[in-house]
Design a protein. Structure first.
Lengths: 90, 290
């Protein structure tokens, strides 16, 4: 389940996306191209105070709203963990 | 292979428009792309790949203390014309826009001006930089502009195409060439040239304005990635050239994102300048030929 604030942020960057924005929304189909994906990435980093690790910057992460949210959530949890885990799950 | 008669015929705007589909435009920079288009228009698909026979990385100083591997536009035009066996003449000095209709009345002209004043580009009104285009007479009031440049910019995409533009809306100051395309000779030999890499890297490491350094570094890695892509295309029998192309593209993407982060006040990404040094000092992709 994606967080409402994250859905609102996606909505700001994807005016063509169907509403409500659910985990299943495919970001490319919603108008996300390579230039806008950088803008969206930076906006997410600003909003959540994180920096996406390089291994998450790929097509799989930016496939759907759900996959992107999973990457954000994992990175936030990794950053909050005392040992840190570089944003990886588990 | 075109016959000498067709190869020496005046270039037409329609042949240039038709040739737009024959380029791989993301391997050329903004000066090269329209010379490549001329070559393909006159000689057929693939003619422009000769631009990739040379890999030249010779930095020059910029006024603000940084450096660039991008030659002055006139120097790059001369280098490309040599590789493509183009002959022609440059109009004396800077051409005012009101002189352009006469120059472009009978043949396609190649022009370089400020991208800021080219209404078909996303740079229009946004950024100043030299940019080339082809121009021919459409009618008394309008020019036919053909531009093969292809790039994603932060202001939107620059895409290959042709546009009818009022003469008065073209840049007011241009350098203009009229080219002839004689039959091509044997391909130029493979040549790799790299000089001045140490001072080039030091200029980026030591520059006091880190934001400016990263802006220029983005331009540099973009240029170097395209240059290696073009070299790899002209040397598709050399696996090392394709491998280098992939690594340059990854570095350019990393630096582009890093620059945007620095612009937002974030720390400089670690490792990008080390990666740049590694790529610029490793054996040339032609080492397996030696």
């Amino acid at each position: 389940m994606i967080e409402q604030g994250f859905a609102d942020l996606l909505a700001d960057h994807l005016p063509e996306a169907p509403r409500p924005i659910t985990e299943q929304v495919r970001l490319r189909d919603a108008g996300l191209d390579s230039v806008h994906s950088i803008d969206l990435l930076l906006a997410i980093e600003d909003a959540y105070g994180i920096e996406f690790p390089a291994h998450l910057l790929n097509d799989e992460t930016f496939d759907t709203a759900g996959s992107l949210w999973a990457a954000v959530d994992g990175t936030v949890r990794g950053a909050a963990s005392p040992a840190g885990n570089g944003g990886r799950y588990g | 292979m075109p016959t000498p008669d067709t190869a020496t015929a005046p270039l037409t705007a329609s042949s240039c428009v038709e040739a737009l589909g024959t380029l791989e435009p993301k391997t050329y920079d903004c000066v090269q792309s329209n010379l490549a288009l001329l070559a393909n228009a006159a000689r057929g698909p693939g003619a422009s790949v000769r631009l990739g026979r040379e890999l030249s990385i010779v930095p020059r100083a910029l006024p603000d203390g940084l450096a660039t591997v991008d030659p002055a536009p006139e120097d790059e035009v001369a280098r490309c014309a040599r590789l493509l066996s183009l002959t022609g003449e440059a109009a004396d000095g800077t051409v005012r826009a009101d002189a352009l209709p006469a120059l472009a009345a009978e043949t396609v002209c190649y022009a370089i001006g400020d991208a800021h004043d080219m209404p078909w580009l996303p740079y229009a009104g946004q950024a100043h930089m030299p940019h080339s285009f082809l121009v021919a007479r459409n009618d008394r009031a309008t020019a036919l502009v053909v531009d093969a440049y292809d790039n994603q910019t932060e202001w939107g995409p620059a895409e290959p195409g042709a546009w009818r533009i009022p003469w008065a809306d073209l840049p007011s100051s241009l350098r203009v060439w009229r080219w002839h395309v004689p039959p091509e000779g044997p391909p130029p030999p493979t040549r790799v040239e790299r000089h001045g890499i140490g001072p080039y890297l030091a200029a980026f490491r030591d520059h006091p304005d880190r934001g400016r350094a990263w802006e220029q570094l983005t331009v540099e890695t973009w240029l170097l990635a395209r240059r290696h892509a073009l070299f790899a295309r002209a040397h598709d029998h050399l696996p090392a050239a394709g491998d280098a192309q992939d690594r340059w593209q990854r570095l350019a993407a990393d630096v582009f994102l890093g620059c945007r982060r620095v612009r937002r006040g974030r720390p400089e990404p670690r490792g990008a300048l080390d990666d740049l040094e590694r790529l610029l000092t490793e054996p040339a992709p032609t080492a397996e030929l030696e």
